[in-house]
Design a protein around this ligand. Structure first.
Ligand code: KG4
Ligand code: ZN
Length: 345
């Protein structure tokens, strides 16, 4: 039975290589989700090919909607709003989702909500337990490495950010250097699981700032493998993956601890967001840290760490409550920094 006061949001995600549509009730109760991944196709090319991605989104999005509606046993008429990832990501993919959302919004006369992909990763945590503010959000994704204080919905203060490469980017680069197949991050983790920490790599930014810097570590991996190659030596891929992962993850955990130490008693919980939160070593080390620090931690289950529309429908709920709607002039944006301060918006 659909109750009038409940809010059903249909979310659409197509910013990379997953075409996904979901319906979520009241920002946290998943009704149904369909995710169609293109991973096997892009794996043939060693990475996401933007033109192929957007063509596949175009070909599949209607079918994904049909499948979702069948699973949800609902019609588009029954939802209260249409939300879509409008930034950041591959422009061609974003365009498909945004134009599709506009058509649904127009035809079914539903408000349109433009949701940021990173908001999605953050609000995926609502599927586990409702966010409790103020909280410390650790955002570790392909484009972000951030420690953020959230005092309320869409209210944040950046405590630390990356000075150069994002952590996901580093995992992907290291995967390429090691010659591992796409997708990079998960494969570095797989190799790391079978290796030992036997290489010497520099620790990133050994100071008390909450900012991150991973480019030195990344370059060290690149240089080391080139040097070994030039000397005709084979790199021990498993060990190098393990050494890199240990150092990168330990740095993230150290900075998270620093943030907790520098803001004693300020946070009700720590939440983790972004694709890199799928990393098992990071998950277990953060859980250990929060246990020691006696603070609640929330990390989304693995299926909500990778790209999905469930998280977009969750993140759109506070926007719906605020009446933060878009009109048909909404444009997809390949780049847009999420944590803008209020006066920049
Ligand atoms: O959050 P996300 O979808 O990126 C952005 O939205 O920007 O995350 C994708 C990133 C990729 O860099 C991918 O390699 C990384 O998350 N990733 C991982 C793992 N799974 C995905 N990195 C390390 N270990 C993993 N298991
Ligand atoms: Zn993502």
């Amino acid at each position: 039975m659909l109750s009038k006061k409940d809010v059903y949001i249909l979310g659409i995600e197509s910013s990379c290589d997953e075409t996904s549509i979901s319906i979520v009730k009241n920002g946290y109760e998943e009704i149904a989700t369909t995710v169609l991944t293109q991973m096997d196709t892009h794996a043939l090319y060693g990475g996401v090919v933007p033109e192929i991605a957007s063509r596949m989104h175009t070909e599949n999005i209607t079918m994904v909607l049909e499948d979702l509606l069948n699973k949800a046993k609902m019609t588009v008429d029954e939802v209260d709003a249409i939300a879509v990832t409008y930034a950041p990501g591959l422009l061609g993919g974003l365009l498909v989702g945004v134009e599709f959302a506009k058509v649904l919004s127009l035809v079914y006369d539903k408000p349109l909500i433009a949701t940021h992909h990173i908001a999605g990763h953050i609000y995926a945590n609502n599927l586990v337990d409702r966010l409790e503010f103020p909280l410390l959000a650790l955002v570790v994704s392909g484009g972000h490495t951030e420690l953020v204080k959230m005092t309320g919905d869409y209210e944040f203060e950046v405590l630390g950010t990356t000075k150069d490469d994002a952590i996901g980017e580093c995992f992907d680069k290291v995967a390429r250097v090691l010659g591992l197949p796409y997708p990079g991050g998960p494969n570095v983790e797989k190799y790391a699981l079978q290796g030992e920490h036997t290489y010497e790599l520099p620790k990133p930014m050994d100071n008390d700032s909450l900012d991150f810097s991973f480019s030195g570590l990344k370059s060290a991996v690149i240089n080391l493998s080139h040097n070994e190659e030039q000397r005709g030596k084979e790199i021990r891929k498993y060990d190098l993956a393990r050494t890199f992962q240990d150092i990168a993850v330990d740095e993230i955990v150290r900075k998270t601890k620093l943030a907790l130490d520098q803001h004693p008693g300020e946070f009700k919980e720590v939440i983790v967001a972004g694709g890199v939160s799928a990393n098992g070593y990071l998950r277990s080390e953060l859980e250990k840290l929060c246990k020691n620090e006696n603070i609640k931690i929330s990390i989304p289950p693995l299926k909500y760490c990778t790209d999905n529309a469930t998280m977009i429908a969750c993140a759109a709920y506070p926007q719906f409550l605020k009446g933060d709607f878009s009109d048909l002039s909404l444009r997809a944006k390949s780049q847009e920094y999420f944590f803008k301060s209020t006066d920049e918006k």
